[in-house]
Design a protein around this ligand. Structure first.
Ligand code: FAD
Length: 410
C-alpha cells in the first residue's frame, strides 16, 4: 500500500482543521485525508435551519474545495485500523501505512436504537435537526402547527452538542409565542439525563425559559419507541420508585437518537471501554499506541463534543503530530474547552463555554457576554461570525485566539 507521513481518518470538521493546521506549520510532508463523502456539512448550522434562520444549502459545501492544498484526498472509508502494523485498511481493499495516524471519524447516530423511529422520520410529524435533510422539516412543522402537542427528546450522554435537543425546542416555542399559538400548544421535553444541562451554572437561565414557555420538563425519561402512523411515542421514565413506561400522543416529535462510536473504531484495538478512541485527555495521544492521535467527536474524552472543541483540539494535535514525527514527546495540551450556544429565543443566546470538569471558560469578558445570561451579541456571533470563522479560519488552519499551551520541558 501507499505510505504517508500523516494519515487522517475522516475529513469532517476535525480532520480538515487538523490537516490544515499541520500543513500550515510544516509543508513538504505527505498528508492523506481519508473521507468517503463528497459533501461537507456545517452541522452547527442545522439548529438555525430548524429555526427558520438558515437554509439547508447554506450549511453544505463540496469536500473538494475544503481539502487543504498539499493534502491528498483518498475518497474511501476506513474499513479497519491495524495500529500494530501502522496501517489502515480501506473499503476498496487497499491499505495505507503511516508514520502518524489521526482518527477523526466523528460519531454514529444510532437511529435504530429506537424502534419505529427511522422509518417515520420526515413523515407523521417526526423530525430531527440532527440530519441535514430533516432540519428543514422541523421548521415546516413549527410553522404549520397552531395547536396540539409537541414532544422534544434527548437521549443519554454522550451526544454531540448536548444543548441542541433543547435549542430546537426553544426556537419552536419562540416562533409559536410570536404567532400567538403557544398558549394552545402542549410542549414537553423528555431528557434521559439527570439534569437539564450538564454544567450547573447554566441550569437557572435555561429553567427560566422552560417556565416562560410553559414546557413540561421530565428528567431521566428516555424515548424508547415511536409509532409514526398512530403518532404515539413511548418513554421509559426512571424515578426513585422504579422505571415505568408511558405512551404519549403527539402532533410533532423532535427526536434525537443515541450516539455511539463508529463500529470500525469501536471494534478496533484503538477503542476504550466505551468504544471511543482511548486518548490522553490533555495531549490527545492514544494511551497505547504512541503514533496515534484522536480528536473531535470520536475521541474518548469528557469535553462537550462540539466544533468549538475541535477548534481548540486541532492545533494541539497538529503540534503533537509534528513532535511525534520528530521523535519527540507531545508538547501541546488541551484543557477540555467546548462551547454550546443555547438559542433560547430568536435573537438571543446563552453561550455556554466550559472545559473539563465543567469549569467555566468564557472567551469574552463578562461585561460583553454577561456570563450565563442570554445576549444579542452571542446570537450575532452564532448567526454571523461562527460560520465564516468555521469555513475560512478553522478549516484553513488560521488559528485565531487558540495558541496551544505547550510545555517545552516535556
Ligand atoms: P464530523 O464533522 O461529523 O466529521 C466526521 C467525518 O468522518 C465525516 O465527514 C464522515 O463522513 C467521516 N467518516 C465517518 N466514518 C468514516 C470512515 N470509516 N472512514 C473515513 N471517514 C469517515 N458544535 C458547536 O461547536 N456548536 C454548535 O452549536 C453545534 N451545534 C450542533 C447542532 C447539531 C444539530 C449537530 C448535529 C451538531 C452540532 N455541533 C455543534 C457539533 C459539531 O457539529 C461536531 O462536534 C463536529 O462536527 C465534530 O467534528 P468531527 O470532525 O469530529 O465529526
Amino acid at each position: 500500500g501507499r505510505h504517508f507521513n500523516v494519515v487522517i481518518a475522516g475529513g469532517g470538521a476535525a480532520g480538515l482543521a487538523t490537516a490544515a493546521s499541520i500543513l500550515r506549520r510544516r509543508s513538504g510532508i505527505s498528508v492523506a485525508i481519508i473521507e468517503p463523502s463528497a459533501t461537507h456539512f456545517y452541522q452547527p448550522g442545522w439548529t438555525l435551519v430548524g429555526g427558520g434562520v438558515f437554509t439547508a444549502e447554506q450549511t453544505k459545501r463540496p469536500e473538494e474545495g475544503l481539502i487543504p492544498s498539499g493534502a491528498t484526498w483518498v475518497r474511501q472509508a476506513v474499513a479497519g485500523f491495524r495500529p500494530d502494523r501502522h496501517e489502515v485498511a480501506l473499503d476498496d481493499g487497499a491499505t495505507l501505512s503511516y508514520d502518524v495516524l489521526v482518527v477523526a471519524t466523528g460519531l454514529t447516530l444510532d437511529w435504530r436504537a429506537i424502534p419505529g423511529l427511522e422509518e417515520t422520520l420526515g413523515r407523521n410529524g417526526v423530525t430531527s435537526n440532527y440530519r441535514y435533510d430533516l432540519a428543514p422539516y422541523t421548521w415546516k412543522l413549527v410553522r404549520g402547527l397552531a395547536r396540539g402537542t409537541a414532544l422534544f427528546t434527548q437521549p443519554p450522554m454522550p451526544i454531540k452538542c448536548a444543548g441542541a435537543p433543547q435549542k430546537a425546542m426553544y426556537l419552536a416555542c419562540d416562533a409559536w409565542r410570536r404567532a400567538g399559538a403557544l398558549k394552545d400548544m402542549t410542549v414537553a421535553f423528555d431528557t434521559a439525563t439527570p439534569a437539564l444541562f450538564g454544567v450547573p451554572a447554566f441550569v437557572p437561565p435555561l429553567m427560566a425559559y422552560i417556565e416562560r414557555y410553559g414546557i413540561e420538563l421530565t428528567l431521566r425519561s428516555r424515548l424508547v419507541a415511536v409509532d409514526g402512523d398512530r403518532r404515539m411515542a413511548t418513554f421509559e421514565r426512571t424515578t426513585t420508585e422504579g422505571t415505568t413506561r408511558i405512551e404519549r400522543g403527539f402532533d410533532m416529535l423532535h427526536a434525537v437518537p443515541p450516539q455511539v462510536a463508529p463500529a470500525v473504531v469501536a471494534t478496533s484495538p484503538l477503542a476504550g471501554a466505551d468504544g471511543f478512541v482511548a486518548v490522553d485527555p490533555a495531549t490527545l495521544r492514544h494511551t497505547g499506541f504512541a503514533d496515534v492521535f484522536a480528536l473531535g467527536d470520536v475521541a474518548g474524552t469528557s469535553n462537550a463534543k462540539t466544533a468549538a472543541a475541535v477548534r481548540k483540539q486541532a492545533p494541539v494535535v497538529a503540534v503533537n503530530v509534528l513532535a511525534t514525527l520528530d521523535g519527540k514527546a507531545p508538547v501541546a495540551t488541551y484543557d477540555g474547552y467546548g462551547a454550546c450556544p443555547l438559542t433560547v429565543e430568536r435573537g438571543r443566546i446563552v453561550l455556554a463555554e466550559f472545559g473539563y470538569g465543567g469549569k467555566l471558560e468564557p472567551t469574552l469578558p463578562p461585561w460583553l457576554l454577561r456570563g450565563t445570561q442570554p445576549t444579542r451579541l452571542a446570537w450575532f456571533l452564532k448567526e454571523r461570525v461562527m460560520p465564516p470563522l468555521y469555513w475560512h479560519a478553522m478549516l484553513r488552519g488560521h488559528e485565531l485566539m487558540v495558541a496551544p499551551r505547550t510545555n517545552p520541558g516535556a
